[in-house]
Design a protein around this ligand. Structure first.
Ligand code: GUN
Length: 280
């Protein structure tokens, strides 16, 4: 049976460390890390995420500013808020919660954020620097995955690593981050032929395709490390990952559960990026 990676515990450890560092930063340099969150419209999942981010900020001793705008807000209004926050010295991180309503182009909004304050790591400046060297900020979910691997002492260097999913938020940046850590990377997606042949090669398998329980036991190599990034709401209201946990956990050496695996790490890494932004 696999060792279950406890993302809830690790995220709390990271958050406690951040809280201590923030306290030190306040005492020594008089700086309080500040995060501004912009939420447009009334997407119910986004409401929950934004609440969690604000609570996490408060708990870590950060300043948290919140901008809630109606669904029919136009782009200009959002740009004006972002430009003001770019100049606001009390704010070190700016996060625009996605998805945005249809009339707003998410790429333009993301590009309006000062890359130094882009604590989501979504700005093309930061994504470009992830390819060529060091970005100011890396995307939070991939950073959270690396943090879990590191804190469980799982070696990345030289490992055959397969990522299922090619999103700009997880699959693509994660591939670059793992490559920098000397993993051998394969990215798979819906058009990959013989997917299970590829996934079976993986010493580290990362499922980030957004398809409930698509990774079955017979797609996984014996003793693989399996990281499940999926959060899928099923018809019965239950949460499921991208990995069929009960089958795969019998074969894996380590596995992340859903919930309580990768999910809680994202907010911890957002706080880490905001703390780092306060230090830039
Ligand atoms: N919507 C879902 N996940 C995220 C995230 O990590 N950042 C932002 N800004 N929006 C999201």
């Amino acid at each position: 049976m696999a060792i279950i990676i406890d993302g809830k515990k690790i995220s709390q450890d990271v958050r406690n460390e951040i809280k201590e560092k923030a306290l030190h930063l306040k005492e020594v340099r008089g700086i309080i890390p500040g995060l501004a969150v912009i939420l447009v419209g009334d997407d119910s999942a986004s409401e929950i995420y934004v609440k969690r981010k604000e609570n996490a900020c408060r708990e870590a001793g950060f300043l948290s500013k919140e901008f809630r705008l109606p669904a029919d807000t136009d782009e200009k209004e959002i740009f004006d808020i972002i430009y003001k926050l770019n100049r606001d010295e009390t704010i070190h991180g700016i996060l625009v919660q996605l998805p945005l309503p249809k009339q707003i182009n998410p790429e333009s909004v993301i590009e309006a954020v000062d890359p130094k304050k882009d604590v989501d790591g979504f700005h093309p400046y930061n994504l470009g620097h992830l390819f060529t060297g060091d970005a100011f900020h890396n995307s939070c979910t991939p950073s959270g995955i690396l943090e879990l691997l590191d804190r469980y002492g799982i070696e990345i260097k030289g490992k055959e690593t397969v990522i299922v999913g090619r999103s700009n938020i997880v699959g693509k940046p994660l591939a670059m981050m793992l490559l920098k850590r000397h993993a051998t990377i394969t990215i798979c997606h819906t058009r990959t032929k013989n997917l299970s042949e590829v996934t079976k090669r993986a010493e580290i398998l990362i499922a980030a395709a957004g398809s409930p329980e698509m990774i079955k036991g017979n797609m996984v190599r014996q003793d693989a490390v399996v990281i499940d990034v999926g959060i899928n709401r099923l018809g019965n209201g239950k949460l499921a990952g991208d990995v069929a946990f009960s089958e795969v956990s019998k074969k894996a050496s380590y596995i992340t559960p859903v919930p309580g695996g990768v999910g809680p790490m994202t907010i911890a890494m957002l706080l880490m990026n905001t703390l780092n932004a306060a230090l830039i």
